[in-house]
Design a protein around this ligand. Sequence first.
Ligand code: UDX
Length: 438
Amino acid sequence: MNVAVIGVGHVGLVTAATMAKIGHNVIGFDIDESKIESLRTGVVPFHEPGLQELFVEGMEAGRIRVTTEAAEALGDVDVVFICVGTPRKEDGSPNLSYVQAAAAMVSTHATRPTVVVEKSTVPVQTGERIRQALTLQAQSRGEALAHDVVSNPEFLKEGTAVEDTLYPDRIVVGADSPAAHGVMRRLYEPQLANHDCPYVATDVKTAELIKHASNAFLATKISFINAVARICEATGADVQTVADAMGHDVRIGRHFLNAGLGYGGSCFPKDVEAFIHIAADIGYDFGMLRETERINREAKRWPIGQLRRLLWNIGDKTIAVLGVSFKPHTDDIRDAPALEVIDALVAEGSTVRVHDPVALPHVAERWGRSVVLCETAEDAVRGAHAVVTCTEWPEYGKISPAQLADWLEFPVVVDARKVWDVDELTAQGLNVASVGRQ
Ligand code: UDX
């Protein structure tokens, strides 16, 4: 089939590369010339394991190309994926103007009936809005609506996006006509032939809601365990063991019960906020999600409180921060909990020595000379009065507590991501704050 992808950011590019991999002819469109230029030379302009290889494989097989020309992208397509951004507005609600612009583009340039697929995370009922926009455009030309609208939410996680998309744990397709369902089924048939997973066929609104409900639930699970962590710290219980034991109950499951600095990234914070707004718009107060957010804000402030407890004044100290990306295996620092930690340290006047294996260019962009960029973790920690872990990059776990004790000026470790074993740290004479442990 011929597939167009509008917006080749994280979701769009992974979608494009996966569609090419399963045998479709794909064209990716973006208004960002520099991004398209980089992709034309086979370079993926962000860090996502395996994506570069998959993209180049598709290009070399002649199944994927990219363009900034809408007419070229939409001239001859069966399916159009809308993968544009839905940034937050000031009030926390999602800005859907790029989605509307993408729909207008399809209406103007598609030369035959297509299936227009929402891949971006959008509020329930956006499909209706897209249909309305397409209808108005068609009416203005004296035509009837020719396109179908489908919701096919993406559940990929950054860092494992390629794996998640090639081997998803479910495919959700919401459509309001048998014809559109038929097209989507044919689109995914080659993938389902190689990878057996539930194919959930629903109406458009249900599919839209599944995405927000899933992300809000996962975020709530994280906040729940972070609240339990506070109780563990105060009472001497161990949150890790609590989570492990809870996780043995199949009704609960162990995933997303890792206490830490709270959730960050481009999805959870934005999606929880958007879901609260969506609910409020229809007159429902989703207070539970407001509490999820409150606990998350508190979790991000935990390291600063611990540094104050262990060091007293921190403005005159040198603090090593290990990890800035919102989670390992990505260079994405959008809404990363580390931002709040570093901002607070900079505001205090501390000397902040920062290491991250891949995100340092973004750190330089955001803080300039207010922080010291360190090429290695050792470089950051040597001579610092304390070290704070903000991302659990596996390489940090390879630093032995003895090495830490040797490098640090003061023996203070604030481990917000459970990188090291608390007993091994204390055995080296280190003063330790570890999430969910007294
Ligand atoms: C998330 C969803 O998992 C994915 O299905 C959706 O499509 C997009 O949003 P992503 O943002 O890439 O994916 O990251 P994820 O691995 O879910 O982690 C989100 C945040 O939660 C990270 O900051 C992570 O550190 C934090 N987290 C996750 C915890 O603090 N504890 C956990 O147990 C799990």
